[in-house]
Design a protein around this ligand. Sequence first.
Ligand code: SAM
Ligand code: SF4
Length: 371
Amino acid sequence: MSVSLGMPQVKKAGAPDDGQQQTLPSRPGDAGPSLIDRFGRVATDMRLSLIDKCNLRCTYCMPADGLAWLPKELLMSAGEITRLVRIAVGHLGVRELRLTGGEPLVRADLVDIIRGIRANHADLPISLTTNALGLDKKAAALKEAGLTRINVSLDSLCPETFAQLTRRDNLKRVLAGVDGAAAAGLGPIKINAVLMRGINDVEAPELVSWATHNGHELRFIEQMPLDADHGWTRKNMVTAAEVKERLSGRFDLRPDPRDRDGAPAERWEVRNPDDGALLGVIGIIASVTEPFCADCKRTRITAEGKVRSCLFSHEETDLMELLRSDASDVDIADRWRAAMWAKPAAHGMDHVGLDAPDFVQPERSMSAIGG
Ligand code: SAM
Ligand code: SF4
């Protein structure tokens, strides 16, 4: 049965923007085996955190002293992770998996986890978001285990600025990791960069030149209020509009004609302003100033097996309790579906610091949620 709900209208990903109210399901499960929410969005993209721990201390994410890491026994085991992915794909329509953290390379059993997932899902795209420390030594094994692709976070190509931003003097090792991933066939590599005012914002054109020259796709991500130090301010955040302005002096940016298909990044062709030659493609993720909540396809699982329907959720739904009981796959799928059903319409972050005095930063910071 489907009914039309008197709820805020949210455009469904890919749906024509014709102003017509959509027919939405009345409760989880009405739309079949999918992670559908009250607003008709269907989550097919799963972000799974493998660990909360990290070996860098990026200022926009972690405090200088790190956080109280979860004890090992509270982290999902390789077997529990494999099972959750099987349920997500088999019962809930998940079609894409991103492994993240904390720093996923810190997990000693990462290769086994990927091999275990791949054994059940020959065609599932599996990507990994990493700071690339040590990736040069692990890339070949990750590829062999079945990893499809890599996203690397890299905010600066200047050793001093990198050290200032991450509180670790490790730029060379990260660059070696990126090269190792490319050599192992883990491309196309996406590079994530967060620009911080007065620190690395001047480097935007350099980062684009480096990425396009090396055949990587750079994505600028607006800094979000998800840092453990609660130091985010709207004034200091470098907006997507500013990024485009900084690049316009050096490059000719033209909208990528390909369909965005619910992806968070708005993609731009980078062209040589003199002869129009295509140098590469970049993405700009304007999570704060131009939120894409209406098209969100994400479901998130924390390292200790909790569902978060949104990065900015204040609620989590525990699946670990079920994983460690005699609950069936169907029981777990039902709880997951109910958690996603309650996904909020939007994160409200676009008004933080403007007219949203009620916005409350989630208790957990980015590394503890799984970015
Ligand atoms: N450690 C891995 C890494 O850095 O790629 C994976 C986890 S990290 C939390 C995932 C992504 O979140 C990184 O690209 C990082 O730049 C981004 N991130 C962390 N804190 C952020 C914040 N406050 N705003 C925007 N992006 C953030
Ligand atoms: Fe670690 Fe990634 Fe957070 Fe940096 S952004 S501190 S690398 S989890």
